[in-house]
Design a protein around this ligand. Structure first.
Ligand code: NAD
Ligand code: IPM
Ligand code: MN
Length: 352
């Protein structure tokens, strides 16, 4: 079996971390007895520089024809004033592929508990999943701008809410059976529709799931007060964006979290949750583990669970050995962490 993966390194640290993740996917695939063919395309700022737009028709067509899309990160100060920004290309890609459910797991390996800015005893045992709605809400509403006024419109339909909520309920069933729906229903009309829709689905289709609701401001607080009390969180696009960056501080670095963006059919998009980190780009300093977790999510989505498990086992072994990049107080470079990880994949395969 050969899978076709479109690789979009993007900007800043994107090329550095995707180079590592690609080598890890290739090695894990070989050890698990299948192969992958990567096809690389310029995307984001890199595509603006070459073609004048962040997402060309050709790149989009390649993504649509792939088994999966693997993305680094896009954006940077160089393109902040571009007529069509790198970030607009990312939103267009998500919309075109219909990947409405963005799964962002955050867990704290015991070896990482004292890496968090929060107390180790508080973050210990954290294992949560944020299911972020990804193709609706304020990110995709009408925008208006005059000299003196600007507006962004937030819209959700019942169907958009129901389909992402279904993903979250199903994930809760596979995990610990708890779902927290996060909204701002005390103020926003979209949030009232959100809460109503999720509540009805819970009562009708998921009586086995312990569902509760939280306002987003309180959720931001409870995430720091008692992170281990959460199982699955489902929320709208912008709240999910913000809460997932916050959640990255539970294990101690935004460089650790990966994400899977899924729709009804392939291909999904797999990317770390962080951005292009212009402040450390080109220095071989970035933490590649978020991209590597996204690689494991990609393999899980292709049903290559054996290869995904190999990768996660090797990552855990690195945590246990304290083999980290600088953001976690270690002395590995980005590429060096990749080399170590591939060595650990090989060593495990020999031991097994
Ligand atoms: P960022 O996530 O790029 O960086 C925030 C901070 O975290 C920086 O100090 C950075 O050095 C650090 N960081 C991020 N990833 C890291 C890693 N793997 N290892 C170690 N440290 C890491 O967010 P930002 O600075 O607000 O945004 C920079 C650019 O990235 C912007 O143009 C933004 O729009 C874009 N962005 C893109 C994506 C994406 O492509 N999915 C996501 C977020 C931000
Ligand atoms: C993310 C990023 C993007 C988002 C930006 C770059 C459009 O922050 O993937 O989390 O807000 O979705
Ligand atoms: Mn974000």
């Amino acid at each position: 079996m050969t899978y076709r993966i479109v690789l979009l390194p993007g900007d800043g640290i994107g090329p550095e971390i995707t180079r590592v993740a690609r080598a890890v996917i290739e090695r894990a695939a070989a050890l698990s007895g299948f192969s992958v063919r990567f096809e690389e395309h310029a995307f984001g700022g890199a595509s603006i520089d070459r073609y004048g737009e962040p997402l060309t028709d050709e790149t989009l067509a390649a993504c649509q024809a792939a088994d999966a899309v693997f993305l680094g990160a896009v954006g940077g100060p160089k393109w902040d004033k571009a007529p069509s920004r790198p970030e607009a290309g990312l939103l267009a890609l998500r919309k075109a592929l219909g990947v409405y459910a963005n799964l962002r797991p955050a867990s704290v390996h015991p070896a990482l508990a004292d890496k968090s800015p929060l107390r180790a005893d508080l973050v210990a045992g954290t294992d949560l999943l944020i299911v972020r709605e990804l193709t609706g809400g304020i990110y995709f509403g009408r925008r208006e701008r005059t000299d003196s006024q600007a507006s962004d419109t937030c819209t959700y339909s019942r169907a958009e809410i129901a389909r992402v909520a279904r993903v979250a309920f199903e994930q809760a069933r596979l995990r610990r059976g708890r779902l927290t729906s996060v909204d701002k229903a005390n103020v926003l009309e979209t949030s009232r529709l959100w809460r109503e829709t999720v509540s009805e689905m819970g009562a009708r289709d998921y009586p086995d799931i312990a569902l509760d609701h939280m306002y987003v401001d309180a959720a931001a607080m409870h995430l720091l007060r008692a992170p281990a009390s959460f199982d699955v969180i489902v929320t709208e696009n912008m709240f999910g964006d913000i809460l997932s960056d916050e959640a990255s501080m539970l294990p101690g670095s935004i460089g650790l979290l990966g994400s899977a963006s899924l729709g009804e059919a392939r291909p999904g998009i797999f990317e770390p949750i962080h951005g292009s980190a212009p402040d450390i780009a080109g220095q071989d300093k970035a933490n590649p583990f978020g991209a590597i977790e996204a690689a494991a999510q990609l393999l899980d989505a292709l049903n290559e669970t054996d290869a995904a498990a190999r990768i996660r086992k090797a990552v855990n072994a690195m945590h246990e050995a304290g083999e980290w990049t600088g953001d976690l107080g270690g002395d590995l470079t980005c590429s060096g962490a990749g080399v170590k990880l591939v060595e650990r994949l090989e060593a495990e395969a020999v031991a097994a």
